[in-house]
Design a protein around this ligand. Structure first.
Ligand SMILES: [Zn+2]
Length: 312
């Protein structure tokens, strides 16, 4: 009996010791914090297990409603690298950046890394509500939706990571290159689909956070609301405009984005017979997809399938 007890105690001891060791290893890793999914995914693709990476936004939640907790702010201040997009939904960050010690924390604002365009109001879109209207120029923050922007962003994040951890330079370069290669495959697949497609127009019965995507591939679009709109109810005027567009241009697919009710797309579909499909903007992903390790590449591969259907 005594012997068994000793063996059990030894096993418990080993478990506890290895537990401590793991914590120590984690403590030595680069700490990377990101606000939303794209930054998280890109940093993860480059650093893999060489960094402790955490996304502040909870999987499955709406990026535009994000409110940081005191712990989130602590996490940002204690990170080696903090990655954020820098648009309207990240406005809260401006208030805390003054308190971040930039000699300890590298700050990467993704909107500084690529060319940005102003948020656009296209024909037929719901007018912005009074509260949403602002005097300042509003730039479209959804830069990551273009796979070519993703390439630029990944290379810049990779350089910053290498600067902090030169010993693993080759690993980071190899990981980044592998990811970029996959993005370039996606990019050429999309270009081929667009080049051979019957039409070059997309209809979204939803918000439209894909301006950088359509600009990259010379597609046109109509949508119910601009990218960051908080509106979810379309007026009869907007609905009628989109229904008529689908009918006139013989559009086979009407899109909604992820985490959306799909209400407007369904309404357009029931009037026109167009199929309703989801186009993913990759602001965030569902908890189950997060747990299974879904990447931006997986999301774009899903988008490629629905894009092909919508353009033919
Ligand atoms: Zn957005």
């Amino acid at each position: 009996m005594k012997k068994i007890l000793t063996v059990v105690l030894i096993i418990i001891g080993i478990v506890l010791l290895t537990g401590c060791n793991n914590d120590e290893i984690v403590a030595n890793k680069l700490i990377i914090r990101t606000t939303s999914f794209p930054g998280y995914d890109f940093a993860r693709a480059i650093a893999k297990d060489k960094a402790n990476i955490k996304m502040l936004l909870k999987p499955g939640s709406e990026m535009h409603d994000f409110e940081p907790t005191p712990q989130d702010i602590k996490d940002i201040k204690n990170s080696d690298i903090f990655i954020y997009v820098g648009g309207e939904s990240d406005e809260w960050i401006d208030d805390i950046l003054d308190d971040v010690d930039t000699s300890k924390t590298k700050i990467i604002k993704l909107m500084d890394l690529v060319n940005i365009v102003e948020e656009e109001q296209v024909e037929g879109m719901e007018e912005e509500s009074k509260e949403e209207e602002s005097e300042e120029t509003e730039y479209d923050e959804h830069i990551w939706t273009s796979p070519m922007n993703a390439v630029t962003i990944i290379n810049k994040i990779k350089d910053e990571i290498i600067e902090l951890d030169k010993d693993n330079k080759e690993v980071y370069e190899e990981n980044a290159n592998n990811y970029v290669d996959k993005l370039l495959v996606i990019d050429s697949q999309i270009r081929e689909i667009v080049a051979n497609s019957k039409r070059k127009e997309l209809i979204f019965g939803d918000r439209f956070p894909l301006r950088y995507f359509v600009d990259e591939y010379y597609l046109s679009y109509y949508a119910a609301f601009p990218g960051c709109s908080e509106q979810t109810e379309a007026s009869a005027k907007t609905l009628t405009f989109l229904i008529n567009k689908v009918k006139e241009d013989h559009i086979p697919v009407v899109f909604h984005i992820e985490l959306s009710s799909g209400k407007i797309a369904n309404a357009i579909s029931s009037e026109t017979g167009a199929k309703v499909l989801e186009f993913k903007s990759a602001h965030n992903i569902l908890q189950k997809d997060f747990e299974s390790g879904i990447t931006y590449i997986d999301i774009m591969n899903d988008n490629i399938k629905v894009l092909k259907e919508a353009l033919n």
